[in-house]
Every structure is written in C-alpha cells, then in structure tokens.
Design a protein around this ligand. Structure first.
Ligand code: SF4
Ligand code: SF4
Length: 210
C-alpha cells in the first residue's frame, strides 16, 4: 500500500498545502443555518452586551447577519512567545474531555497535506520531552490529575496551549480545564482548522511571517 502513495506522489507532484500564504476560503453558509433568529439564539453566550466574544464562539454562524463569525485562520490569541522554540517545538497533546473533533484536526496538522514537520513542529508522547502542552476538551474529574502531572513533568520553558472552545472557555460541553490566565495561547473554534492551529503554534515561537 505504501508503494501506491509513493507512486501517486511521483505522478501528481507536490500536494502539500502552501501554508501560511494560501488560507482557504471560509465555507459557504448552509441555508438551514440562516433561519435562526440572530444572536438571541447563541448557544454559548458568545455575545455579551452586543459584542462578539471570540473565545466562547463555536462558529455555528447563527449570528452571521450581525457578527459574521467566519472562523478563518486568525481566530487565536498568543499571549506569550518563546523564541527559543523557533528551531523546533515538540507538542504533547492532552485530551481532558473532548468530543474528538479537536483531536482529529490536531492530528491533521501532521498529515502530508499540512506537514507540520516542515515547519519544525513535532509531536511527542511524553511531557518530559515537550515544549508545549496542547489541551483540548473540557474539565473532567478523571483527567484532572493527569493534566497536573503532565504539566509538572514538562521542562522549562513550557507553553500551555488551549485548543478549541471547550479548552478555552468550556464551549457547549462544560467548564474549561484550566483558568484562562494559565494559557499562553488560546485557539478558538469548534474545532479550529489545521491552518489556524499551525498559525497559532508558529506565532507562539515569535514567527510573525513579516
Ligand atoms: S456563531 Fe458564535 S456567536 Fe454566533 S451564535 Fe454561533 S456560537 Fe454564538
Ligand atoms: S471545541 Fe468543539 S470540536 Fe473541540 S472538543 Fe469542544 S465540542 Fe468538540
């Protein structure tokens, strides 16, 4: 089977996405989503006093008319950067209680299509080798100790990345696993796209693409 993909690659040429210079268009709005009554139906209280709150938004787009929450590439907030991680960054993923979709999108950044390795972004399966912990999902009792122990095991400097609305703010499922002042990077979305995840991680090590 692997030889099939080898010859497909030779036949079709390079298929990797041109990150970060070619972000995808936001998908067209599905007609059924346009029948909502606007921001009064926001399922996550992501509209407060008439303002859109990015970190709570799950981008259901019911409020398309008022706020145009497109879910495009720059829906993240990098609060702290570590330039020492510019040469390479190793990520440790911890699913504290997700629906699985954030996990899937995170896995996708390592696929040939997005190929995070060419950006010197790698995954490790032990927190002792990790530069950043990527937390996805809500707080669950069973994962609280695992989260604390993983964080303690990581060497300095370490970044804490919240991936998806559940990890950032609790989303539609529950409460966030950590206080927001613990996060160095918050990536909004439900789930965020691989483009958004790559861009946020790249910016966290001080790369502005300028
Ligand atoms: S797109 Fe976001 S802000 Fe708008 S209704 Fe959905 S969750 Fe609320
Ligand atoms: S943010 Fe959305 S996609 Fe990610 S774990 Fe929560 S419900 Fe699932």
């Amino acid at each position: 089977m692997s030889s099939f993909w080898f010859f497909e690659g030779l036949r079709k040429g390079r298929k990797t996405e041109k990150f970060p210079r070619a972000p995808p268009e936001s998908p067209p709005l599905r007609p059924s989503r346009m029948k909502g009554e606007g921001f009064h139906e926001c399922p996550t209280d992501a509209i407060a006093e008439g303002e859109w709150v990015q970190e709570k938004c799950i981008f259901c787009r019911r409020c398309e008319e008022q706020f145009k929450p497109t879910g495009e590439q720059d829906i993240f907030d990098v609060k702290r950067t570590e330039k020492i991680l510019m040469r390479s960054i190793h990520l440790y993923r911890l699913d504290s209680g997700s629906c699985g979709a954030c996990n899937t999108e995170f896995s996708a950044i390592f696929d040939p299509q997005y190929d995070a390795h060419r950006l010197r972004i790698f995954e490790t399966n032990t927190p002792r080798h990790a530069d950043a912990i990527v937390i996805m999902g809500i707080a669950t009792d069973g994962m609280k100790e695992a989260l604390d122990r993983a964080y303690e095991a990581m060497p300095e400097p370490k970044l804490v990345i919240a991936l998806g609305a559940c990890a950032v703010s609790g989303g539609v499922l529950g409460d966030a696993p950590l206080d927001r002042d613990m996060y160095d990077v918050e990536i909004a979305g439900c789930p965020p796209s691989p483009y958004t995840i790559l861009e946020a991680i790249d910016r966290a090590r001080g790369d502005s693409h300028d």
